[in-house]
Design a protein around this ligand. Structure first.
Ligand SMILES: Cc1cc2nc3c(=O)[nH]c(=O)nc-3n(C[C@H](O)[C@H](O)[C@H](O)COP(=O)(O)O)c2cc1C
Ligand code: SF4
Ligand code: SF4
Length: 247
């Protein structure tokens, strides 16, 4: 059986992971909760967003632990700018000695939207087009049409710098009067960085800028730099409560 590992804040990667499972079978697992090294599977399909032209922090830190004998296929999804992230991921996997076979990329709705709003019609257009691309990628996996990203400039330096500063993002979060202390954010934070202390929601120093809390608070009660932005995103084709579950 193949293992389909996913990291997802707003459901895009979960949606892709489930589509892969529908067509190719396998077990879907949320990477932040997965404790293994992939050795129990025939091969690993990793579905991950692009974060800052690279990989989410937890994905970056997980890959060195992966069983080097297992075939690895990476499906990256991104909101607007790949910036060499596919080549970066491929080279990183090679450097780690992993059995990397292919890296596929797919555009999905942008979720790094702390300071801007994405128009609905644009979002819907991206989602419509992504359906065909997902089917194409699944076909390529079936037929073992592997993609080795061509050599090109990456933004590795920017990525490594940003990764080191992601802990600061939550320092700029504040909850507003709409917070009902339901602690959903506490439960879904993949970094265990949110706490209820003395009746207040507080953010610690381990933020990895995934934005799960920001987008998925049911009351839009988390604000960034006191900006009263209304826009929040959750992939409309999944049940939000499924993000973080295994299937
Ligand atoms: C911290 C962070 C950094 C991001 N960096 C990029 C980026 O460099 N390029 C890009 O196109 N999208 C970027 N995005 C957008 C996500 O890759 C994209 O919306 C993805 O589909 C989200 O997947 P998810 O819903 O499974 O989390 C970033 C998102 C976050 C939260
Ligand atoms: S999820 Fe939202 S409403 Fe619930 S405790 Fe967190 S910030 Fe408050
Ligand atoms: S504090 Fe929010 S943005 Fe930071 S890791 Fe936790 S859920 Fe993600």
């Amino acid at each position: 059986m193949q293992g389909i590992l996913y990291y997802s804040s707003t459901g895009n990667s979960l949606f892709i992971a489930k589509k892969v499972q529908e067509s190719l079978g396998g077990k879907v697992m949320f990477l932040p909760k997965y404790k293994g090294d992939g050795s129990e599977f025939d091969k690993i399909i990793l579905v991950t967003p692009i974060h800052s032209f690279g990989l989410p922090k937890q994905v970056y830190e997980f890959l060195p632990k992966l069983d080097k004998t297992k075939e690895l296929i990476i499906i990256q999804n991104y909101g607007g700018m790949i910036g060499g992230a596919d080549y970066f991921a491929y080279q990183y996997a090679l450097k780690l000695g992993l059995n990397i076979k292919s890296v596929y990329v797919i555009k999905m709705p942008e979720n790094f939207t702390l300071t801007f709003t994405v128009p609905k019609f644009y979002m819907n257009g991206v989602l419509r087009k992504s359906g065909k691309r997902i089917e194409k990628i699944i076909d390529m996996i079936k037929q073992e049409k592997f993609i080795i990203p061509k050599k090109r400039k990456t933004k590795e330096k920017t990525y490594l710098k940003n990764k080191n500063n992601w802990n600061l993002i939550a320092k700029r979060f504040k909850t507003n009067e709409k917070c009902v202390k339901c602690q959903k954010c506490v439960q879904i934070c993949p970094a265990g960085n949110i706490f209820l202390q003395d009746g207040q929601i507080v953010f610690g120093d381990k933020c990895e800028a995934c934005l799960s809390c920001y987008h998925r608070c049911p009351n839009k009660a988390i604000e960034y730099k006191n900006k009263k932005k209304k826009f929040r995103y959750i992939n409309p084709n999944i049940d939000e409560k499924d993000i973080g579950k295994d299937f």
